[in-house]
Design a protein. Structure first.
Length: 198
């Protein structure tokens, strides 16, 4: 007898057809079909029919909590600034030669995405170590840069837009090179090791 417990999988999801059946008013007894009278157990065919009473966009979005009030946001910003200043004072007390930190700009945001994408694609690996590649994470970071470019179109200075477009071009090119290497390795047979020296 094994120590592993026995378990049973029960599918408790409601199928769309069942939900629609429950929401419909009861049909007269003479119109009911045998299939509707005795539903079969197990999965059913889901018919994708748009519901007219709620738009698709509203149905897909989860209910969000109310946004903070203007007063709450103001108080939080004041507390955040005071906390950041205390932290900077502590750091400068430990290193008096260090000057005040420059303010964070849009270029810093773009640079952060750039560095993240490049590290996810294996850049910065020490010599002699095998690079650790997170290709799906890199793709997501690059897509985030694309969303940033789309949502800020027309609201950036010329220098900010040029920086964003250049970084987006570079990370997409690096991604293309990496994915082409990955697909070539997957399609070619492994290379045999070189003959040993005797």
């Amino acid at each position: 007898m094994t120590d592993t417990p026995k378990f049973t999988v029960i599918d408790r999801r409601k199928m769309k057809a069942e939900e629609e059946q429950e929401n419909k008013p009861a049909a007269p007894a003479e119109e009911a079909t045998p299939a509707a009278a005795a539903p079969a157990a197990g999965p059913r065919l889901v018919v994708n029919e748009p519901k007219p009473e709620t738009p698709v966009e509203e149905a897909e979005q989860p209910e969000l909590p109310p946004p903070p009030t203007a007063q709450e946001s103001k108080e939080q910003k004041i507390a955040y600034d005071a906390s950041a200043q205390r932290l900077e004072d502590i750091v400068r007390a430990q290193n008096p030669a260090m000057g005040p930190q420059p303010p964070v700009t849009f270029e810093n945001l773009v640079q952060q995405f750039y560095v993240s994408a490049m590290i996810q694609m294996g850049a910065g690996t020490q010599e002699g170590q095998r690079p650790r590649v997170d290709i799906l994470g890199a793709r997501q970071t690059i897509d985030l840069l694309g969303v940033l470019a789309e949502k800020t179109r027309g609201n950036l200075s010329e220098a900010e837009d040029r920086t964003l477009q250049t970084v987006l071009f570079e990370v997409r090119m690096a991604f293309l090179e990496l994915t082409s290497m990955i697909t070539l390795q997957g399609m070619q047979p492994p290379v045999p090791p070189p003959p040993g020296k005797n």
